[in-house]
Design a binder for this molecule. Structure first.
Ligand SMILES: [Mg+2]
Length: 336
């Protein structure tokens, strides 16, 4: 059994994660010295639900931290403390997961402050992440949007969903190496796009710096795109009490995306709008503001009076359905 005894595992983790002899692990509860307001979030990563069975535990750990950090990015917060709940089968390499999580926590300036380990028939991981407010910042909120604000996204869309489809059809990733299903690898450009898509899906990059920049502006609405642009835009509009118009031509897509979608027999616009797990920020700014160019943001529409959420294409403007990821309706690992 690779879990080892719980005490041995905690001791091993203390040795790794203690900063200059200091660690919050070891007592029954973590004592945290904290002032002011904090943002708190929690997300799961479950085998067969959020990631394919048999995925490298080091990648599971990085994805777990990234999806939680993305929620804090959408609040404009700086992640500071993490609490892990880990329930895994006896043959799961828990030390590999913990070593990877510990490394990623250090990289993001997060202290792994506590948690619990248990045996379970399915690998289930969940992380609670606490984030502090920027010194002169404000919280971002889904409800801060006003009619007339411009809508922006922090990066390209649809690529992660393409990566999930590739994994469902047999793609595999270990370390940085991605193996593709045979049929995909025939065109080098498309194969490169496919590998990028798998990496993007498994290793999202939370937009923490962008979130902190936005927290320094006044009255910014933001949400991280986890369930698809269409559904998450509806959520932002509902909380802000406004409508929106999206411009389909403006939606940023990665290189060779249309070709990759053709290989996967998918409609690029559909995947862009509803594929989900993009983990970039959707946010609003007043028309006089613009994010610095190096964040790579794109203006994709505007907020409007009323409650209609619409999409403008070459065929005109039509209602945009709130379609996207739904845990109780979508099978994540269906290959189609
Ligand atoms: Mg979120």
């Amino acid at each position: 059994m690779k879990l080892g005894s719980e005490d041995a595992l905690v001791e091993w983790l203390r040795q790794r994660s203690g900063r200059a002899g200091h660690t919050l692990l070891g007592d029954d509860g973590a004592v945290i010295s904290a002032q002011g307001e904090w943002a708190v979030t929690l997300d799961h990563q479950i085998a067969g639900v959020h990631f394919p069975e048999g995925l490298d535990p080091a990648l599971v750990a990085r994805r777990l931290l990234a999806v939680n950090a993305s929620d804090l990015a959408a609040m404009g917060a700086q992640p500071r403390f993490a609490f892990l709940a880990l329930a895994v089968p006896p043959d799961f390499d828990a030390r590999r997961l913990l070593a990877s999580l510990s490394r990623e926590c250090t990289r993001l300036g997060v202290e792994l402050a506590g948690g619990d380990v248990a045996k379970s028939p399915t690998a289930t991981t969940s992380l609670t992440l606490l984030g502090s407010k920027s010194p002169k910042g404000r919280w971002l909120s889904r409800s801060n949007g006003r009619a007339g604000d411009l809508l922006w996204v922090g990066g390209s869309l649809g690529e992660s969903a393409a990566g999930r489809l590739l994994l469902a059809r047999g793609a595999r990733m270990s370390g940085r190496r991605v193996e593709l299903p045979k049929r995909i690898g025939t065109d080098r450009g498309i194969a490169a796009a496919a590998r990028r898509a798998v990496r993007r899906h498994l290793l999202p990059k939370p937009q923490l710096e962008l979130g902190r920049w936005l927290a320094g502006r006044s009255r910014v609405a933001a949400i991280d795109l986890s369930d698809g642009l269409a559904l998450d835009l509806h959520r932002l509009c509902r909380e802000s009490g406004v409508g929106a118009t999206l411009e389909s031509d403006a939606l940023p897509r990665p290189a060779r995306f249309a070709d990759l979608c053709r290989e996967l027999d998918q409609d690029p616009l559909e995947l862009t709008l509803t594929g989900g797990e993009d983990y970039v920020l959707l946010f609003t700014l007043s028309p006089s503001q613009k994010p610095p160019g190096d964040f790579g943001c794109t203006r994709v529409g505007r907020l409007t009076d009323g409650r209609k959420v619409q999409l403008t294409t070459a065929d005109g403007t039509q209602a945009l359905a709130a379609g996207g990821w739904d845990h109780f309706e979508t099978d994540p690992w269906s290959p189609s």
